[in-house]
Design a protein around this ligand. Structure first.
Ligand SMILES: C[S@@+](CC[C@H](N)C(=O)[O-])C[C@H]1O[C@@H](n2cnc3c(N)ncnc32)[C@H](O)[C@@H]1O
Length: 271
């Protein structure tokens, strides 16, 4: 087992993530590179497939080595097991960074940010959908992704892989009672807009500027009743084709970037 030789802060050794805890593992070259680039202090150990040598992987390993992270070469089977069948591309990290945050930190963010843009997911259960939503939210410059603690996808290796670095760039908040959180956001002056295919208003006719929470439903159930009731209004993404609904991460992308278009009509301040 690789040893953590790195020290953080004033010589304090970080509490190691449990190597048996899949939530503490990140796999895949892109996700590993992003974790190393954006949160190097969170990388505690690296396992790499024996015999796998390519220039990008070697550059990443050099970088981690310079940070004092021990790299262990192991058989592919070991990585397959760690990644639970996911496409690890020859690398798995033990990672202790970016834990989920809670209600208090969400309230602090809303207080501190003059025009927060939040993506709220009501029981999205597929980790690939959560990862894709986090990636779109980070790309749109949103300030956070919010989800209920129960019966919803949480941060996991599969989320890291699909999010392609977004987990390090945008905070993820888990809340106990989503309906209560939405009410608190409204009380704090945040416009809470639910997304539902059957809504009468189009997302293109609603003002998405200012403090905003876009609320999307889970894969099967959509927005729950209480969630719907806490929304100031609901909007649909018009679909001229014959499908009943969009994948939640696609719907999130459309709405987030409609909000971006309205907030930066001239493309000002955009990269
Ligand atoms: C796969 S859909 C859920 C479908 C579910 N059967 C339902 O009744 O809502 C996941 C979420 O994506 C959003 N969504 C999908 N298509 C949409 C559309 N055309 N307009 C607005 N939101 C949409 C909604 O928030 C929805 O709850």
């Amino acid at each position: 087992m690789a040893q953590n030789k790195r020290r953080r802060g004033r010589g304090a050794r970080p509490a190691p993530a449990d190597p048996a805890d899949p939530a503490a593992l990140v796999y895949g070259q892109h996700a590993a590179r992003e974790a190393a680039a954006y949160d190097p202090a969170g990388v505690e150990a690296v396992w790499v497939e024996h015999g796998r040598r390519d220039a990008r992987l070697e550059r990443l390993l050099d970088k981690l080595g310079r940070q004092g992270v021990t790299v262990e070469r192991v058989h592919r089977r070991v990585l397959d097991q760690m990644a639970e069948g996911g496409n690890h591309q020859g690398i798995v990290l033990r990672y202790s960074g970016t834990p989920a945050r809670g209600e208090g930190e969400l309230a602090d963010l809303v207080d501190a940010e003059p025009e927060p843009l939040l993506l709220v997911l009501d029981r999205v259960q597929d980790p690939h959908n959560l990862g894709a939503c986090m990636r779109s939210a980070a790309a749109a410059g949103a300030h956070g992704v919010v989800a209920p603690r129960d019966r919803a996808a949480a941060l996991s290796p599969a989320v890291h892989k699909t999010a392609a670095g977004a987990v390090q760039r945008i905070p993820f908040f888990q809340v106990t009672n989503l309906a209560r959180t939405l009410q608190q956001l409204r009380d704090a002056g945040v416009h809470v807009v639910g997304a539902a295919g059957e809504a009468e208003k189009s997302c293109y006719e609603v003002d998405l500027r200012g403090p905003l929470a876009l609320v999307l439903g889970g894969e099967g159930e959509g927005l729950r009743r209480l969630t719907r009731e806490r929304c100031d209004e609901r909007v649909a993404i018009p679909m001229p084709g014959s499908m009943e609904s969009l994948n939640v991460s696609v719907a999130a992308g459309v709405l987030l970037f409609e909000a971006v278009r309205q907030r930066f009509p001239q493309g000002g301040d955009l990269g």
